[in-house]
Write a protein of this length. Structure first.
Length: 418
């Protein structure tokens, strides 16, 4: 098969969506399929609307037998303000009773604005058997892939990575289910969801259940082995228990609430908070305003290498990411492989990943008091923490390896291209 992946970011950046596509692309390439990736030059998420944020070098390359072509993001005047304003405007338009779908499709080209990718897909004569795209809320490249599939008359596959948010609050999911987005999902030959909750949410909005396929994420236990706890603790001179967070630091990811919860934990317990991953500007401003004592008990690593991540997972006592904007949460699986208990938010797809009170805890998004209490419970009860971590590892090995997940995807591709 000749497969085209269209995704907004790709390796060397590593996030959940990016890891899903990279893992599947490289496995397909090893099996002899030709995989091309069209992506942008964004590293930081804010790069999509801020030119001063980090970017990946604009060069085409072959990574592990996968050809990667990058296209530059371009910016509207005052894009730092125009991009979020445009997103909010599209959300408002979606609530208008008139049919605003054509207008929403027109505006979708600018969020983010990647005209060279648009032109490449609108004019390409290259032959592919299937196109697979992702991240429905970053509309422009999804729409470009959709038009390409229609023009080429090939199967169009989309993994929307729907952020459901809290069950009683539609503000988050609204930005992932605008009329033009639902229209593309309805017309897709296959819609891949991470969880049953995500599939149900789309079916309720008119996407055919026959086209919805639940294929979650996974991990490779062999690649994640080899973490050195002693090395990590020695490098950062940590002698206390470690509460770890790995991911983009942002309000919606629960990072602010985690910091606030740790302030309560520190009133009675010694512990070190380790934050690994890039940070949104709003979180940087929030953290800069925190007291020096809090900063002294927090280690901010920024983006870390795979080995550093393994070392941190080996060294930590528990992992916490109380996010409302995770479709799945691969990093929970990674923590479980090191037999660490996890804490997530009762939001998005996470409740289908974490079995509450079995391999971790779920807390209401934004409930700082309960989050602090659960952290303290795991720090105080090492037997419970150990049991939860062991149950998590068993679940991963039983259900959530890449080998099993990729087999489902490969079978779907083969069925679509027959």
């Amino acid at each position: 098969m000749r497969i085209l992946y269209v995704i907004q970011r790709y390796a060397p950046y590593i996030g959940g969506a990016e890891l899903v596509f990279q893992e599947n692309a490289e496995r397909l390439a090893r099996d002899g399929h030709a995989v091309t990736v069209y992506t942008t030059d964004a590293w930081d998420l804010e790069r999509f609307w801020r030119a001063d944020k980090r970017a990946v070098a604009l060069e085409n390359e072959t990574l592990n037998q996968v050809f990667v072509q990058r296209f530059p993001i371009e910016y509207l005047p005052l894009s730092q303000f125009a991009f979020p304003a445009l997103k909010r405007g599209m959300s408002i338009l979606a609530d208008v009773s008139k049919n605003t779908t054509p207008l929403l499709f027109s505006l979708a080209r600018y969020v983010p604005y990647v005209p060279e990718l648009d032109r490449a897909l609108d004019t390409s004569s290259e032959r592919f058997d299937l196109v697979h795209t992702a991240n429905i809320s970053l509309d422009s490249s999804v729409y470009a892939a959709y038009r390409f599939a229609q023009r080429k008359k090939i199967p169009f596959v989309i993994t929307p990575f729907l952020h459901l948010g809290e069950s009683n609050d539609a503000r988050v999911v609204h930005f992932y289910t605008l009329p033009h987005q639902i229209e593309m999902l309805k017309r897709a030959h296959a819609v891949i969801v991470m969880t049953q909750r995500e599939g149900d949410a789309l079916a309720q909005r008119g996407v055919s259940r026959e086209r919805i396929h639940r294929i979650g994420a996974g991990v490779d236990p062999k690649l994640l082995a080899g973490g050195d706890a002693a090395q990590f603790r020695a490098q950062y001179q940590i002698t206390t228990p470690i509460v770890a967070y790995i991911g983009t630091a942002a309000y919606d990811k629960g990072t602010v609430h985690l910091v606030q919860a740790m302030q309560r934990v520190w009133q009675t317990h010694q512990a070190t908070l380790v934050l690994a991953g890039s940070q949104m500007s709003a979180f940087e401003e929030f953290f800069a305003g925190q007291p020096d004592e809090l900063k002294a008990r927090t280690i901010q690593l920024g983006f870390i290498s795979d080995q550093e991540k393994r070392d941190l997972l080996a060294a930590c006592d528990l992992f916490a990411m109380p996010s409302r904007t995770d479709s799945f949460g691969i990093v929970y699986l990674e923590a479980w492989l090191y037999e660490k208990p996890v804490i997530g938010a009762d939001a998005g797809g996470v409740p289908e990943v974490i079995d509450a009170a079995q391999n971790g805890f779920l807390v209401k998004f934004g409930d700082v008091e309960t989050l602090a209490a659960r952290i303290i419970q795991l720090l105080d009860d090492s037997a419970l923490a150990k049991k939860m971590g062991e149950h998590g590892r068993a679940k991963v090995l039983r259900e959530l390896t890449w080998e099993g997940q990729h087999a489902k995807l490969r079978a779907l591709y083969q069925a679509l291209t027959r």
